[in-house]
Design a binder for this molecule. Structure first.
Ligand SMILES: C[S@@+](CC[C@H](N)C(=O)[O-])C[C@H]1O[C@@H](n2cnc3c(N)ncnc32)[C@H](O)[C@@H]1O
Length: 321
């Protein structure tokens, strides 16, 4: 019986499943799409939101409208497991922070941890009132016209972990909006071309913490190298201590190299205090606050050193001001 059924099912699949050619996609494109969805489905843990947000003065939130716009679902039965950690943090702390309003959007699609169905919606908590709206054709995407309207007209602070695959578009939109933000993104952004200009122009800096663990759609812990990024002032950045700013001759030999173009490369957060020319660093010292210590990024390019003809990992060129 089972075998018979599965033969029937196979027959059915054969007749209705369109070929890749009919769907106008190649196998490679299909794999890329699947990979993209996989890379985006990293959900933030509540403790990571709490650990970072509690570092900022409570007064930055007072009477502010917070917008969580990277698939930050809120369950209508108050089920915590179906609500994003960002939404949950602001719902739990709404009064303590003195928030004026919380706006969260749910992104269309069936994939996801929150099981909130395929329809995009907007959740609004305004004082004691909580409403959920399903505007026609609303996708819940951060660049949907309604999301942009909320961003530009209503929002004071944007807070989310947006899809990694759309990070460059997301950063452009929120930075151009001029709003305050506190978001999670890839740890390598300070040395990635799409983002270097924002660090160079001092429009963004790292928050207090890294984020290395997330939940996948099965609620299992998965690892990815993320960091908080913000344009909200950071007080006495604790990670300044990780920077070893010393005269060049005091940097151990194993942490300084001249590349084939005679550019100095320094590692392990060793920074020369007396070197006048540009030198190349990894993302780490930038995340630890190097640009707040009298150094600037020289240009918007990623720098790929060659040492003895061998290409090394990408960096960024910095210089003492
Ligand atoms: C890194 S996950 C984080 C989800 C949630 N903000 C959290 O922190 O748990 C990014 C989410 O954005 C969703 N997404 C993908 N494209 C999007 C878009 N254009 N606008 C909003 N969300 C999107 C993904 O499906 C994924 O659920």
């Amino acid at each position: 019986m089972e075998r018979h059924q599965s033969e029937q099912e196979n027959q059915y699949m054969k007749t209705i499943t369109p070929t890749l050619e009919e769907r106008g996609v190649s196998r490679k494109e299909l794999l890329q799409q699947a990979q993209q969805i996989d890379n985006d489905e990293f959900y933030t843990r509540y403790e990571d939101v709490e650990k970072e947000l509690s570092m900022y003065s409570k007064f930055i939130w007072k009477d502010k409208v917070v917008f969580c716009n990277g698939n930050d679902a809120v369950d209508d039965d108050n089920d915590k497991r179906r609500t994003s950690a960002f939404a949950l943090y602001f719902l739990n702390n709404f009064n303590v922070l003195g928030l004026k309003k919380l706006i969260c959007t749910h992104y269309v699609g069936n994939v996801g941890l929150f099981n909130q169905g395929p329809t995009g919606y907007v959740f609004i908590k305004d004082g004691f009132n909580e409403i959920r709206e399903y505007p026609p054709k609303f996708t819940g995407s951060f660049d949907d016209p309604l999301s942009l309207k909320i961003l530009h007209e209503d929002t004071d602070i944007v807070c989310s972990n947006p899809p990694f695959s759309r990070a460059a578009d997301y950063w452009r939109l929120i930075i151009e909006s001029g709003k305050k933000f506190l978001i999670i993104s890839n740890i390598t952004n300070p040395i990635t071309p799409a983002f270097i200009p924002y660090f160079r122009e001092d429009k963004v800096w790292a928050g207090y913490n890294r984020v290395d663990e997330y939940l996948n759609q099965k609620r299992e812990i998965v690892r990815a190298a993320g960091s908080w990024y913000t344009n909200i002032p950071i007080k006495d950045r604790p990670k300044y201590n990780h920077l070893k700013i010393v005269p060049l001759k005091e940097i151990p030999e194993k942490y300084k190299t001249m590349d084939d173009k005679k550019t100095l490369l320094v590692d392990h957060c060793h920074i020369p205090s007396d070197y006048k020319k540009p030198f190349a660093v990894s993302a780490r010292p930038i995340l630890n606050g190097l640009l707040e210590k009298g150094y600037k990024i020289v240009n918007d390019n990623q720098y790929f050193p060659y040492v003895n003809g061998k290409k090394c990992f990408g960096r960024v060129l910095v210089k003492k001001v």
